[in-house]
Design a protein around this ligand. Sequence first.
Ligand SMILES: NC(=O)c1ccc[n+]([C@@H]2O[C@H](COP(=O)([O-])OP(=O)(O)OC[C@H]3O[C@@H](n4cnc5c(N)ncnc54)[C@H](O)[C@@H]3O)[C@@H](O)[C@H]2O)c1
Length: 372
Amino acid sequence: MPHIDVKTTTRRYGIHVEPGLLGRLGELVRAVAPHGSAMLAVDTKVLEDYGKPARQSLEQAGYEMRLHELVAEERSKTLDVVMQMYEAMLAARLERRSPLIALGGGVVGDTAGLVAATYLRGVPLVQVPTTLLAMVDASIGGKTGVNFPLPVTAGGTAEIGKNLIGSFWQPHVVIADPETLRTLDPRQLRCGIAECIKHGVIADQDLLGFIEREADRIIGLDMDVLTQLIVRSAAVKVAIVEEDEREIGRRALLNLGHTFGHVIEPIEELQLHHGEAVAVGMVAASHCAVARGMMDGEDAQRLATLLERIGLPTVLTQPVGSQRLIDAMGYDKKVASGRVRLILPTGLGAARVVDDVDPATIRDAWLAVGAD
Ligand SMILES: NC(=O)c1ccc[n+]([C@@H]2O[C@H](COP(=O)([O-])OP(=O)(O)OC[C@H]3O[C@@H](n4cnc5c(N)ncnc54)[C@H](O)[C@@H]3O)[C@@H](O)[C@H]2O)c1
């Protein structure tokens, strides 16, 4: 089975990618966390299709299973939900060796991940991602966390800060079954492809070529092509995480598009999913890179064309005041000593962290993607 070995300072683990793998979940979990009781944290939406077979496989492997349902919405990524999970785990008397298995997309993975990192000072975490975004990104590398309200601004609007409360906690294993993507909303699939494109832009030009060539088969859910896409995209994330587990340096490159994307994602009127916000953010970042002479205009155009071909937005669906967006960027975790740090492509297949982009360039980038 296609397999990637991840070596971090705190844990060594495997990422398994294969159609049909969910049926072998119990056996794969048992290989890394052979304790008798376990908790399955499952996205309500996938409970029927995948939660039940997952539970069955885990029970057949000898686990005494508890099931905890989570609503996978960005607004349910809260400390309240984390507390409810602690209560359920305590009530079920789960112990320090009891694995917590997160079955769902990035919302479930991040929230359950924080619970696994902190319950009894840490229990084994098994990530079973069921969105493309979670398979190639969120489930890998140990970042866990929930959202938290930002201080109320002078304008009186309370906005939510993304992933402000969290911890690094590497999973014991990641098990990705591409078959689970068959039920995924096509819009969510495109969001995952946005993250794959991001990985191509920052580190792997060949991956971009692969996505350009195979776009139709990817969108058409060809299992062989999807498996290759997941393995190649996940490999980019793994290489970066291995080099810089705690995001002191190179790992920040994975935030390409995110400093811009994180401020537009919570804006209700825009109705953007995470990957869509990142797509617009990557275009804004490429505008900055071109303006600074770091990237060819042609490469920036190639990126925008590919995003459009996949059906991802490259501009805001309606105008938002650029000053509001610039203000919100000030609360991003990637702000270093009061300056906004941006990840900018230096072509296709490479990027670097830049912390001296002048405010006029940032404003121009927002204007270029439709802000006013
Ligand atoms: N930890 C990290 O390193 C990291 C990296 C990237 C993103 N994230 C986080 O991940 C989250 C986004 O993840 P996501 O895009 O997976 O979102 P998600 O978990 O909200 O899932 C998207 C939607 O798809 C549904 N869904 C999930 N799997 C399905 C399936 N197989 N079939 C049908 N429906 C399915 C969910 O119920 C939800 O409605 C964000 O909160 C983001 O902050 C974390």
